[in-house]
Design a protein around this ligand. Sequence first.
Ligand code: ARG
Length: 461
Amino acid sequence: MQEKLYGGRFEAGQDKYFEKFSESLHFDKRLIEADLEGSKAFARALESVGILNAEERGRIVKAFEEIQTEAKNSAYFNGASDEDVHSFVIRQLKEKTGQLADKIHTGRSRNEQVSLDTRLWLRSTIETTITATKSLMAELLKLANKYPQAVIPGYTHMRRAQAVLWPHYLLAYYEMFARDVERLHQAHARTNVLPLGSGALAGSAFPFDRNAIARDLGFASITYNSMDVSADRDFVLDYMHAANLVMLHLSRLSEDWILYSSDEFAWMELSDGVTSGSSLMPQKKNPDSLELIRGKCGRVFGAYSALFVTMKGLPLTYNRDMQEDKEQLFDAADQTISCLNMASIVAQNVTIKPEIPEKACAESWVVATDIAEALSRAGLPFHQSHKLAGRLVLHGIKTGKNPASFTAEELHAFDPHFTPDFVFILKDPRHGMQTRVVPGGTAPQSVAAALREAQARLEKL
Ligand code: ARG
């Protein structure tokens, strides 16, 4: 049996079952790179407070660098039975530097170390998440520019509501992901703070220059309170919250596209590359890529609530419960990043048949609001315009007439408020769309401006 690192106080070894139950190496080994980077910086800090001399620091840093190289081999952890990645690294250091390794943990606690490692790992994971989100946003803009003039019905209550431009619809998702990127930057800022120097909970008893360590490791600042450091996983939850919203947006996008590419809507086509067949029904072409994104959303939400509930009610400061943060975090991050990448690929594999949604607009009464608003522009109070337009819709439905089939004479006979120019509004949903020129509206010139603005903003996000 391996000798326990912190075993002085104990007379007997650990129960085998407990040992297995409590070890975290099989998942926190993902932190090894962070642990080694943090430990190298800590060795330099130990030199600066006189615990290590330059030669000793040099040997330790060199050993850590060797471990960094060796750890690239996937078999590196095979057979290891250490409690966690931090103990594992120290054992490797002992094998390489012998007794000198006993100095590395001077004035340091695993409580701050695990916070440091998680922050280092998360910092780069957030950057990866931001990059993946921005790539998807770029794909959405490309897809918008493929069909700049296409008109689709916009829905409320899953009923055709008003006609909008296809790029306008995609820009709605662009905005959601833009907010996600903002949130991810905020999560990054809260993560990018150095906890080292906090000790177990009371602050280190060695006079480390914490700001110098922060600079060494590229942190923007240092934490304010040592007890807070040991007790805190807010930065993990912040990221998971941001990731949850990314997933929520991805899930809604998936749901839309599953519907739009269904036989019932039939105006979006997902290419063979991102769809699957059925084991029994030969005709099927299923949108599994989108369904899996939607499905994984539940899993990522679950990870977030799991950690929330774990943290709730924990007395200050560190409690071993907090070890449960990592599997949730890792899985949430892995799933979010892979769903973002999958969604980008799906976006590249989407084609639309603009004539179908255009026909859907023409056949339905998506122009009704345009009619009411035109009546009000001509002076009729809106509630009366609304009622009159509503009566025309009812008349059309009862007589089986499309908006486009009304002549000027029929309209005038229905109600004299309908002047001849109303025919144009009824003929083509694009007509009414032109009036929505406010910034953020779906008028073609507003959408063209919004697309240019979005492209420019993406570069700065
Ligand atoms: N594996 C532990 C975790 O993930 C590291 C910190 C252990 N600290 C302790 N006092 N047992 O939280």
